[in-house]
Ligand binder design. Structure first.
Ligand code: HXC
Length: 517
């Protein structure tokens, strides 16, 4: 064999060695836990044959605690670029089979390289996380490595979409970096997120807790809201990443991708003319309304299990991606509270950052009152949503279906928060508060002094309802641009979005805003 051929063979051997990561046994262990190996994940993520790997020959430089004898080609992360539906993406995928995917200084350099490329090329960054966090043996060098990543996550925020799949037990820096990205996806039974793992928790606090209890997918989907999506396994998580990217532009200077649409834009939905129950306290399902007005009913919901009183997610209208924000009367009567405000504010800001128009469907009785909410800071958290809508410069189309009361009316993309087209159904009620509450405030004294307090209050409530429980009062001031037939909502919203597609609006120049955090 010629010496050149020998060198080529050596290269091929090195590559094979790198592709094995922590070795066949360790890969088998991953499989036994229902997890795919790192390169299997990458193959599922990108278009076939499109992946170009970088830095396969990188090795860590640590010599502490016998680490010089624990060497793996490529270290604990695979990085590179490829395409998804033909569009460029950069990615890193941590390999748990190599020292628990823990982050070394050199792994950080690999990840930072693709982050820098993603920024320069204006392409999304995808992280598949499966890591025990900072590599303990490397001490401050590992911490410095994470800091470099965090800094890039922060600078990339609002410039290119950043998506984090959590597909293993992730701790420390391996969760803070995802927390800085736009979307977090967890898979049931294999994904965990915590600042410190159960072993460290036990040592420090004495608390016995399983990975699932501490930071399983369900905990973060329903209680903390840290994860935006929960899926059955890493394969479906990766499919979701591909689907999600289909709604997003490559970067903040581009428009989201428009698909061909064969769903008629003037499709009339007669059932919407009868969907609002006669009793104002009876709920209906906002998902039905969303499903009927968007293209083919295809809705990609975000944060589906968190703060169910508000619904957010992506859809297309005449092929054009939109962000839907809708109160859900079926859960807590659609009231706004701390978690609903946080959830929707984050979504509105994402859509605004990436030029995705907002369609807001309103049926909101107000903010949830009480000490629980006040002590938890509902004023600040509610202000986040108010702020998010008020600063957003993307096209904003609002449809008020039923209730729209008080502060919640303002927050939900009202006209004065630069709502571009504000429509209402004939069933809309736009007022400072509901009838019963209003007459209690205005006529309590009069009722108390009368022989029949209940009669006084009910008469006054009727009068109040007649005056305010309609859309025409707001429409007479131009706060509502038109009262529309419910069955024609799809057409009217699409027409509004078409009209607004060239919208240009800029906020005053500033270093950055001071969003109430
Ligand atoms: C070095 C690590 C490691 C780490 C895991 N390993 N985490 N090595 N540094 N951070 C190694 C283990 O020693 C083990 O090596 C292999 O990876 C697999 O780990 P196991 O513990 O056997 O796996 P499992 O039982 O599945 O538990 C996974 C885990 C646990 C929950 C992630 O390993 C764990 O609790 N790790 C520590 C997590 C943590 O507290 N990290 C915080 C780091 S501080 P062998 O050789 O036995 O196979 C941090 C700060 C950043 O990240 C800044 C934040 C703001």
């Amino acid at each position: 064999m010629s010496s050149q051929l020998e060198k080529v063979k050596e290269l091929i051997d090195f590559r094979a060695q790198a592709r094995l990561g922590g070795g066949e046994k360790a890969i088998e262990k991953q499989h036994a836990q229902g997890k795919h190996a790192v390169r299997e994940r990458i193959n599922m993520l990108v278009d076939e044959g499109s992946f170009e790997e970088l830095d396969m020959f990188v090795k860590h430089r640590c010599t502490n605690f016998g680490m010089d004898k624990k060497q793996f080609l490529g270290d604990g992360v695979v990085t590179g670029y490829g395409t998804i539906e033909g569009r460029l993406v950069y990615l890193f995928a941590q390999d748990f089979t190599v020292i628990g995917g823990s982050l070394s200084e050199t792994m950080s350099a690999k990840i930072c390289k693709v982050m820098d490329l993603a920024m320069q090329m204006g392409a999304p960054l995808i992280g598949l996380n499966d890591s025990g966090g900072a590599r303990i043996q490397e001490g401050v060098n590992a911490l410095a490595g994470y800091s470099e990543i965090f800094q890039r996550n922060i600078l990339a925020s609002g410039v290119v979409p950043q998506i984090s799949g959590i597909f293993g037990p992730c701790a420390g820096g391996a969760v803070y970096s995802p927390a800085l990205t736009d979307f977090v996806i967890m898979a049931k039974g294999i994904s965990y997120m915590f600042l410190t793992g159960p072993k460290v928790v036990k040592t420090v606090t004495g608390e016995d807790v399983t990975q699932e209890q501490l930071g399983g997918a369900e905990v973060h989907a329903t209680r903390s809201g840290v994860t935006h999506f929960v899926v059955e396994n890493d394969r479906s998580g990766i499919e979701l990443i591909r689907k999600l990217l289909g709604f997003l532009p490559q970067n903040n200077l581009e428009e989201p991708p428009i698909r061909e649409n064969d769903d008629p834009i003037d499709r009339l939905e007669d059932s919407l003319n009868e969907i609002i129950p006669d009793s104002p306290n009876k709920p209906y399902d906002m998902y039905e309304v969303i499903g009927l007005i968007i293209d083919k009913g295809e809705f990609l919901e975000v944060h589906a299990d968190f703060a169910k009183n508000i619904i957010v997610g992506f859809a297309r209208m005449n092929g054009r991606p939109v962000g839907i924000v809708a109160n859900q009367p079926k859960t807590l009567a659609g009231v706004l509270d701390i978690n609903a405000s946080r959830k929707a504010a984050r979504f509105v800001r994402f859509c605004d950052a990436f030029n995705i128009p907002l369609v807001t469907l309103v049926d909101v009785p107000g903010f949830l009152p009480g000490t629980g909410q006040e002590y938890g800071g509902v004023i600040t958290h509610g202000a986040k949503l108010l702020y998010a809508y008020g600063e957003a410069t993307v096209p904003k189309v609002t449809v008020t279906l039923r209730k729209s009361y008080g502060g919640a009316h303002i927050v939900m993309s009202c006209k004065q928060l630069r709502g571009d087209m504000n429509y209402a159904w004939p069933t809309a009620e736009i007022a400072v508060m509901g009838g019963a509450g209003a007459v209690e405030v205005l006529y309590a004294k009069e009722a108390k002094e009368s022989d029949d307090p209940a009669k006084v209050l009910s008469e006054k409530e009727d009068e109040y309802t007649k005056t305010f429980a309609n859309p025409y009062n707001a429409a007479q001031y131009g706060y509502i641009d038109d009262v529309i037939e419910p069955r024609n909502t799809r057409f009217r919203v699409i027409r509004a979005l078409q009209q607004l597609s060239t919208k240009k609006q800029v906020n005053p120049p500033k270093k950055h805003d001071n969003l109430p955090l």
